[in-house]
Every structure is written in structure tokens, then in C-alpha cells.
Design a binder for this molecule. Structure first.
Ligand code: ATP
Ligand code: MG
Length: 561
């Protein structure tokens, strides 16, 4: 780009020959507006216009648009001053391949044709939305730039913004002489290579995301307006300052990093991976997510890191609304469910003969209702957890008795063999909320039954070590892939082996783990050797001494009452 055309151009009127402009359009309206103004200026100067369509317009719709909204330009279609073509006519060969040399020859022919027809040059607007390989496009643009130099051709390369990432935008911008941008409702040609800083700033200001660029030493090279707004900086005073120092000054409460694996090496080699973590800002109310990308160095641009910030504070609000919603809905469901449970119990009591079909139907309704009750309990708990209002009411209980109680309905399950490995007479004291513990056990046992084919076995064990009791539920079922052993504890996450095959909403394990942790314990999944799943629930137990102390304390309290 050594002998590039003037970079001081600010309008479409006086573009030097060889001028190569890029434009990242957001929608068809912007694209049409830019292209029309660009052609209007060229047609007025006796240039031939050539609109090569792809993306939102094909040749037919572009022609219809001109005829409907721009009759003065449409009339130049008839005289042959303006030509509208589909992209494949110019960019693709008969075999629908993109051959750069062929395309450059076509441009050369198009220029000669324009001159032969009496025009002063050719003004092209080409939409590159059709291309799938950014790398090939960049190579093409480089070669085109060299070709166009000193040729009576002016080019506007249009790229759909939605297909570009920030690095592509920077790379492509650098290959062109100007970047076309809409600022304050008018079109601006922002000079590229010679005015790098100016270009950076103008380009960044057109972006809606918060973006900072830092060099390998961690110094801020530039920041978008949105970024300054996010960080509460009112001027460009941040330029040149160290990112580490900068991140301590803003109104942000937390920044979570998201680094692409391929970027991670480069970042650590530049020693900036901990910049935002080290700063650990705590004095604001904004939560940001940062994406980091490396813009590779080339002849014009040094290697820089692009930090793209997303404001995720709003997501928390959505979380709270979701929490409220879950609470209200599940509360509304809870009352009728309690009434139905009472009615079903009455019905059971009023049918003395357990072998009659009526009794079987009641039992079926009962088990459906238990399922609904479980889901509503999980929804209610999720709502409370989201609002930080979940509480447990622990009392000293025999853990083993609670396990046996939860297990009871399953022991009559004819489809699975339940095998208890623990000593049923042993007493295991723990401070637990019996209702919540039942909820955990029901979730884990339901899963074991649901995800284990009929005829297979399910084992239960209670293992005591130190001050912890661990309930181990082992099944010979479909198993959980190793990559999902943690993910299944996320809310609404359902495993790939289960989605679409088994009913469920993906809350059981999420809620159960939260409840287990509220008890000072934990819940996790392991792969069973030989196939199947092992779910482990650990809970702190009350030792003999502590139990004795508790009893003494209770009797003391009773005496003083
Ligand atoms: P629900 O919230 O109604 O219980 P769910 O069973 O899908 O629905 P979770 O109990 O949270 O949700 O379980 C999450 C996922 O973990 C399941 O969708 C399933 O893929 C997997 N999973 C849980 N337990 C087992 C198991 N014992 N064997 C195989 N996969 C399991
Ligand atoms: Mg479940």
C-alpha cells in the first residue's frame, strides 16, 4: 500500500483511482444507503457503476429497489452506465470456484469495457457475503489492492458484520485504504494504514461492545467509547496506562475471563493472563465478562490483545426474576397438590380390597402425584436458591432410618433389584433437615430407577469414615459420560444419553447438591467400573461425644424453662 491513493478523502465525490474501501454492514437498509450514495457520486462524474450483489440483495431485488426508490439511478441501468450483477458472474468460475487470477482478469476486462464505452473509470460495489473462507478473502483483497493501484477503478467491498469477528474486521480494514462507517447519521471514510491511531479509534467507536486493545507489555493502545462508558472513564486518559493499574479504577464488581484455548498460550507468553484477576475489583456494581483475542501482527500492525467486555450485570436481574417466578408458580401448585394427596389417602382408606382394579388406579394416581410433588419441590427449592432464601431446619436424626424410609416405595419395584449393603440395625446420628434429605434421596433414587433398564441392579451402601457418612447409590444403568459428570449438576442440564428419551427437567441433581452443601456435605457422580453410575452423598455425622453434649444441653434447656 506504499503508493496508496490520498487518505485524506472524506466523501465519495473525489476518490482517487485505485481507492479500495471496505464496509461492514449491519443490515440491508444500511447497505443500500451506502451503496446508493457511493454510486450517485460516481455516476455524476461519468464513471460506470457496477453493483455485484450477494448477501441481502441479489441482482433482481437490487434492480427492483433502484426502480422503486431511486428512479434517477434506475434510468442509468437503461443507458448501461450502471450495471447490476449477481456475485457468481464476477467472482466464481463455471465450476463455481473462486480463482483469484480469473477474478482479477475479469476486473481488468470490466475496466477496459468501461473506458471503451466512454466512461472515465469503473466504480464497483462488491458484496462478499458469499465467501466462506476469510483467509482466501484476505489473500484476494491483498492482490486486488495491488492490482487496483493506478487502475481507473474504485472499489467498495461490503462485508456482513454478523459474519466477522473483531480480528477479521481489523485484518480486513488494514488491507483497504478506507473503512466506511456511519457516524452521526452521515457516511465517513476513515483512513486506514497511514493514520493508524485515528482509524483504530474511529473503528472502535462504531462498535457496540466494550473493547480495549493492549500491547504485549500490557499498555492500553486504545479503547472503544463503550468501553470507557463501562469502566466509568470519562476521557481517553486510560491510553498508555497499564491494564493492571487501569482495572483497579473502575466501577466494576467482578470480571470473569473467557480465554479461547488457542489464545491462552499467547496470553501467558505476554504475561497478561492475570491482569484482570490480579486487580480483583470489588468496589462497583457491574459484572463484566471478558473475551480475549489476539490480533496477529502483520507488516502494518503489531501483535495486540483485544479485550472484549460484555456487561452481564443484567443477567443477574433475569436470574432474580426467574427465581421469583419459580417461587410463585410452585407455591400456587403446592396447595392443590396437598389437597389431592389428602384425597388420594382418603380414597385408599375407603377401598379395603387392595386387589381391586380401583385400588390399582388409585395407586397409579398416587405415584403420578408423587412425581409432580417432587418436581414442584425442586422448582420451589431452585427459586429459593436463586434468591438466596433457601434454609434448612436441621434436627438430630438417625440417617439410616431416613434412608430406609425413602427407600421403602422402591423396594416393591418389581423391575429392579435393590440391594442394601449396610447394616440396618446400626444408628447413624446426623443433624439434617428430614424433609430436605428426603428430597435429595428421592431425586437420587428416582434417577437410579429411571436411568437403569429393568432387570438390572441398584446397590445402596452407607460408609462411615471420620466424621462423615457417605451414602453410595450404585446402578448398572446407562451411565454418565465422563465429560458430563460435573455438568449434570448444573440447573436444567440433561445428559446427552437422556435428552428426548426420558422425561425430566434437569433440576434434581442441581437442587440436591445445593441442599447437600447446605448441610455441610456434598453430592457428586462417578463412573461405575463395569458400567453404570455411582452417586455419592456425604454428610457430617454427630459423634457420640457431641451427641451426649447435645442431649445434656437439651435437658438443661428444659429444666430452665
Ligand atoms: P429431573 O429434574 O426431573 O430429575 P433429570 O433426571 O433429567 O430431571 P437430574 O436429576 O438433575 O435431572 O439429572 C441430570 C442428568 O444427569 C440426567 O438428565 C441424566 O442425564 C443424568 N443422570 C442422573 N442420574 C443418573 C443415573 N443414575 N444414571 C445415568 N444418568 C444419570
Ligand atoms: Mg432426576
Amino acid at each position: 500500500m506504499d503508493q496508496q491513493p490520498s487518505t485524506l478523502c472524506t466523501s465519495f465525490d473525489n476518490l482517487d483511482k485505485g481507492t479500495h474501501i471496505c464496509y461492514f454492514y449491519e443490515n440491508d437498509r444500511d447497505l443500500a444507503d451506502a451503496v446508493i450514495q457511493y454510486f450517485r457520486a460516481g455516476l455524476a462524474k461519468n464513471e460506470r457503476g457496477l453493483w455485484v450483489c450477494a448477501g441481502p440483495f441479489d441482482a433482481k431485488t437490487a434492480t427492483a429497489l433502484l426502480q422503486r426508490d431511486y428512479p434517477e439511478l434506475a434510468s442509468t441501468l437503461e443507458t448501461g452506465q450502471l450495471i447490476v450483477a449477481d456475485y457468481d458472474q464476477l467472482y466464481l468460475t463455471g465450476e463455481r470456484e473462486f480463482d483469484i487470477s480469473v477474478v482479477l482478469d475479469r476486473w481488468a476486462t470490466a475496466v477496459s469495457d468501461a473506458i471503451a464505452a466512454g466512461f472515465d473509470g469503473l466504480r464497483v460495489a462488491g458484496d462478499l457475503a458469499w465467501s466462506r473462507s476469510k483467509q482466501v478473502l484476505k489473500e484476494y483483497e491483498e492482490r486486488f489492492c495491488a492490482f487496483a493501484m493506478q487502475t481507473p477503478i474504485v472499489t467498495l467491498c461490503c462485508y456482513p458484520l454478523a459474519h466477522m469477528d473483531h480480528v477479521d474486521i481489523l485484518d480486513i480494514s488494514y488491507i483497504h485504504h478506507f473503512v466506511l462507517a456511519l457516524k452521526d447519521s452521515s457516511w465517513h471514510l476513515i483512513p486506514s494504514a497511514r493514520h493508524r491511531d485515528l482509524m483504530w479509534q474511529s473503528l472502535l467507536d462504531t462498535l457496540t461492545k466494550g473493547m480495549l486493545a493492549i500491547d504485549a507489555s500490557g499498555a492500553i493502545i486504545t479503547a472503544s467509547n463503550m468501553c470507557l462508558e463501562l469502566f466509568g472513564c470519562d476521557s481517553l486518559s486510560c491510553l498508555g496506562s497499564d491494564i493492571k493499574e487501569f482495572t483497579t479504577r473502575f466501577k466494576v464488581s467482578s470480571i470473569t475471563g473467557r480465554v479461547r484455548p488457542e489464545t491462552a498460550n499467547l496470553i501467558s507468553s505476554c504475561d497478561v493472563d492475570d491482569y484482570w484477576k490480579a486487580a480483583s475489583p470489588t468496589h462497583g456494581d457491574l459484572e463484566l465478562l471478558v473475551n480475549i483475542k489476539v490480533a496477529k501482527s502483520n507488516a502494518i500492525m503489531p501483535e495486540v490483545l483485544l479485550l472484549i467486555f460484555h456487561d452481564i450485570t443484567g443477567l443477574r436481574t433475569v436470574d432474580t426474576i426467574e427465581g421469583n417466578f419459580l417461587q410463585v408458580v410452585s407455591h400456587e401448585l403446592k396447595n392443590p397438590i396437598q389437597t389431592m394427596t389428602a384425597i388420594i389417602n382418603l380414597m385408599k382408606a375407603s377401598v379395603p380390597d387392595r386387589e381391586t382394579p380401583v385400588y390399582k388406579y388409585i395407586k397409579m394416581a398416587d405415584s403420578c402425584l408423587s412425581r409432580i410433588t417432587g418436581v414442584v419441590e425442586d422448582l420451589l427449592s431452585t427459586g429459593r436458591i436463586k434468591q438466596d432464601s433457601a434454609v434448612i431446619n436441621p434436627v438430630q436424626t438417625d440417617l439410616k432410618a431416613l434412608v430406609l424410609e425413602a427407600l421403602e416405595p422402591y423396594l416393591t419395584d418389581p423391575k429392579h433389584a435393590f440391594i442394601c449393603r449396610f447394616d440396618k440395625s446400626q444408628v447413624i446420628r446426623a443433624m439434617v433437615d428430614p424433609v430436605r434429605l428426603h428430597q435429595i434421596l428421592a431425586n437420587v433414587l428416582n434417577n437410579a430407577v429411571k436411568y437403569t433398564p429393568p432387570g438390572k441392579r441398584i446397590w445402596l451402601d452407607l460408609v462411615i469414615s471420620d466424621n462423615t457418612a457417605t451414602l453410595v447409590v450404585e446402578d448398572e444403568g446407562i451411565g454418565i459420560p465422563p465429560t458430563e459428570l460435573e455438568r449434570v449438576f448444573e440447573q436444567f442440564y440433561r445428559g446427552i444419553r437422556t435428552r428426548g428419551r426420558f422425561s425430566g427437567i434437569g433440576l434434581g441433581l442441581y437442587v440436591s447438591r445445593c441442599l447437600a452443601r447446605m448441610h455441610g456435605g456434598d453430592l457428586w457422580a462417578e463412573t461405575r467400573s463395569g458400567g453404570g453410575t455411582v452417586i455419592k452423598l456425604s454428610l457430617p455425622i454427630v459423634t457420640e461425644d457431641a451427641s451426649q453434649e447435645n442431649l445434656e444441653q437439651e435437658s438443661l434447656e428444659k429444666e430452665t424453662m
